[in-house]
Ligand binder design. Structure first.
Ligand SMILES: NC(=O)C1=CN([C@@H]2O[C@H](COP(=O)(O)OP(=O)(O)OC[C@H]3O[C@@H](n4cnc5c(N)ncnc54)[C@H](OP(=O)(O)O)[C@@H]3O)[C@@H](O)[C@H]2O)C=CC1
Ligand SMILES: Nc1nc(O)c(N)c(N[C@@H]2O[C@H](COP(=O)(O)O)[C@@H](O)[C@H]2O)n1
Length: 225
């Protein structure tokens, strides 16, 4: 058993998530950020990799007061559980994700995480250990399902998305393609990691919708099982 997984990203027209320095780039406009907020509000948890926390320092909170109020009316916490995939427990104890807004945070670490790093985070987040050296994502997702997390949004970055895709853990992908070119062979893309070699290994997607949005386009895919 694992949660239903939705990956959402914004990419430039050349498929980049940010610059080669991993500096956060605003690719989405107001309408797309609002669409993302709605997906978040419909999820039990939202997950990012430690690379995104270190680069962007996101809060991953729901922004709309109306959506927060609706969650509370439905007996849900204001914000989804916020999860960082972080083998070595490198999340800075003053990271926004640990402090902005109420609610549970989970840091998913490996057995190799230094004890002093874990101690520094324990007051701010629940620590889940999964995997020897890096986080074992299938094991983590089973543990999240056991905690009642049924619907999980993954916001990136490219290394975590690769890890999720290559482990067969993604059900849907929504991507806003913006009207800018970022360029650079070292700039992060939707799926980084090692990449596939054999065509037979490529995940195949089913196109669900293509919607012109702002000056770009929103594409909604399902991963064919
Ligand atoms: N445009 C957009 O929509 C978005 C853009 N971004 C951008 O993406 C960039 C960050 O992406 P990136 O650097 O790839 O970092 P990620 O956020 O993808 O984090 C990757 C890290 O997660 C940890 N990790 C632990 N276990 C696993 C596993 N099993 N599989 C994969 N990762 C694992 C690893 O670090 P460790 O070994 O230390 O645990 C790894 O280096 C930033 O520039 C950010 O701005 C991010 C989100 C959305
Ligand atoms: N949807 C989207 N469009 C962009 O243009 C982006 N740069 C991102 N980035 C993601 O949004 C996170 C910011 O979260 P908070 O506003 O701090 O809650 C950031 O970390 C990326 O995951 N997304």
């Amino acid at each position: 058993m694992r949660p239903y997984v939705i990956v959402n990203v914004a990419v430039s027209a050349d498929g980049k998530l940010s610059t080669r320095e991993r500096r956060q780039v605003k690719i989405s406009g107001k309408e797309d950020f609002d669409r993302v907020d709605e997906i978040k509000a419909g999820c039990d948890a939202i997950m990012v990799g430690i690379g995104t926390v270190l680069a962007d320092d996101p809060s991953l909170t729901i922004k709309s007061a109306d959506r927060i109020a609706e969650r509370v009316r439905n007996g849900k916490p204001e914000h989804p559980v916020r999860i960082v995939v972080d083998s070595q427990a490198r999340t800075p104890p003053d990271a926004k994700i640990l402090h902005k807004g109420p609610g549970l945070r989970i840091i998913a670490v490996s057995l190799a995480a230094p004890e002093e790093n874990i101690s520094a985070l324990k007051n701010h987040a629940e620590i889940i250990q999964a995997g020897e050296v890096t986080v074992d994502l299938p094991v983590l997702l089973t543990k999240l399902a056991e905690k009642g997390i049924k619907r999980l949004m993954v916001e990136g970055g490219g290394t975590l998305i690769w890890g999720m895709l290559s482990a067969g853990l993604v059900d849907e992908l929504t991507m806003f393609v913006g009207n800018i070119i970022i360029g650079g062979k070292d700039a992060p893309t939707l799926a980084d990691g090692t990449g596939y070699v054999l065509e037979s290994d490529f995940p195949v997607l089913e196109r669900m919708d293509v919607i012109p949005m702002e000056e770009g386009v929103l594409i909604h895919w399902k991963v064919r099982k």
